[in-house]
Ligand binder design. Sequence first.
Ligand code: NAP
Length: 311
Amino acid sequence: MSSQQMTVGWIGLGNMGAPLAARLVKVGYDVQVWNRTAAKAQPLVDEGASVGETVRDLAHREVVFSMVSASKDLEQVMLDPEVGLLTGESVPKIVVDCSTVSVETSKKIREAAAERGTRFFAAPVSGNGKVVAAGKLSVVCSGDEETFQLVQPMIESLGRSVTYVGDGEAARLVKIYHNLLLGIYTQALSEILVLGEKAGVKREAVMDFINNSVMGCIFSQYKTPAMVNLDFHPTFTPILLRKDFDLGLAEARKHEVPMPITNMTRDIVESSIGHGHEQDDFATLLLIAAANAGVELHSENADVTDGLEPQ
Ligand code: NAP
């Protein structure tokens, strides 16, 4: 059976899950979705997906993707004895999880899945919902190679690059490393922008130069409206970033690797939560850097782009 003929289930329609599931619908897969808050499924139905009333309704699908918040949530949707996907009468052939979760949780679910004859594949991602819509998402994945070959076309349709890093939980680690860099980069960017602010240099000017320099990247470009015009509509919250720092620092302790900058950035992310930004975008790190310097920032109302025109 070709990948395109396989039936697909999708659990979790938050900032990431909704646009990702929509991509599978758009390229022609038969997708059934489920979300804890049922109303969030309506836009997917409008695009052609069907809806399951319970997680277990998706058990009859051949491949089920999941994209939920954190380790405990993934354990709940997969292993809860009353409602879990992998604890009912039927189970899917393959589960592909895209959430950012710990190695331990991933391993626990992989083992429970194997006992039921389900192949479990880890496929965490880099990029926010708008990055997904622009076709620029990157996926890092791990699991057995045969499963990779079966799901590769589906995963490729989620974005622009797929990096297979081997068996087991390797992808979880690589994704966590990535998010440590994401937080540290954003903190560094915030600090230099506040430095410029005090010296009278516009944030638009600093970001324009960085975006066009060797230090610029897709990320610096798409955070430009946040940094220049203070648009903190949430794409990725400080709560989720703190979770990833905690996962990374647990790894650091396990391997006795000192990570002073990572530790410090983790606490700054925590202070942004303490300042009430838990529902905002994590780019509010800029506001914390400004407050620490005694600077009040205002939108520059500049005509800047995030570079993420939908495909
Ligand atoms: P989000 O917008 O907060 O959505 C979370 C999703 O998980 C929602 O569908 C939520 O259901 C569901 N969920 C949470 N706990 C649940 C539970 N106990 N049982 C069932 N469903 C549950 O988060 P997101 O930004 O999409 O992030 C999802 C995952 O992707 C996280 O692991 C995050 O670290 C990772 N990620 C995020 C980004 C990003 O830029 N946002 C980028 C890469 C990776 P409800 O709708 O009912 O709340």
